[in-house]
Write a protein that binds this ligand. Structure first.
Ligand code: SF4
Length: 218
């Protein structure tokens, strides 16, 4: 898809948010990873570009996940939980997401985030969210034209709300319809939510299956 290659080529040079640029470039590597293996740029979205009908939307890349591997929801524990659920819902060929060379393929989904650079403490400011949504995320929604969007956490929902003008609040397990697009809400699959049982795998699978059915992904 031509738009995607152009989009990614431009995205990975973005330096619009000085605080996030500094963080993504200076984050200290975990001892088990070498520094030269870190991506340290805006993290590209990915997915089934010819047939994506569902957008899976996270908050931002993790410092040692996407910011290391260079692919959204890849290489950290949140990614493993999400991909276990995607696999159980029939949307991924593998129950994991480890690296850009892991032979994972997905079906009917496009995986992205409202903020493309890893923020300190996973907390982008309101201005940073607005900047990244207006520079990049808004365009992705216009190009993908999803039938369903699965928002992972309230900041992901906030980003979608900015673009689509939704008049609703985040509520885990709920959904809202806007102009024929159904927006599903789930807690983020972060260790804080999954280790405490706040988000169970069966809950996320159920939400993904509902999105799949609504979007006609079979
Ligand atoms: Fe650019 Fe988004 Fe990264 Fe800000 S967060 S520097 S807008 S890619």
């Amino acid at each position: 898809m031509n738009w995607y290659a152009d989009f990614v080529n431009k995205l990975i040079t973005c330096r619009a948010c000085p605080r996030l640029v500094k963080h993504r470039e200076e984050v200290k590597p975990l001892s088990k990873f070498s520094d030269d293996k870190y991506w340290r740029r805006p993290v590209p979205p990915w997915g089934d570009l010819t047939n994506a009908r569902i957008m899976i939307v996270g908050l931002a890349p993790a410092a040692h996940g996407g910011n290391r591997t260079g692919r959204m929801f890849t290489g950290d524990s949140s990614a493993q939980f999400l991909f276990k659920a995607l696999h159980m819902a029939g949307l991924s060929n593998r129950p994991y997401s480890i690296s850009r060379n892991d032979d994972v393929t997905v079906r009917c989904i496009y995986i992205t985030s409202v903020v493309k650079c890893a923020p300190p403490n996973n907390k982008p400011t309101t201005d940073e969210i607005r900047t990244c949504v207006n520079n990049w995320f808004r365009y992705e929604i216009q190009r993908i034209k999803p039938k369903a969007i699965v928002t992972l956490g309230h900041i992901a929902f906030q980003g979608v709300r900015l673009v689509l003008g939704i008049n609703a609040e985040f509520r885990h397990g709920d959904y809202v319809d806007v102009n024929g697009v159904r927006i599903f809400m789930s807690y983020h699959p972060s260790p804080r939510n999954t280790n405490t049982g706040r988000l169970k795998i069966e809950d996320l699978v159920r939400i993904l299956k509902m999105a799949s059915e609504y979007a006609g992904c079979g």
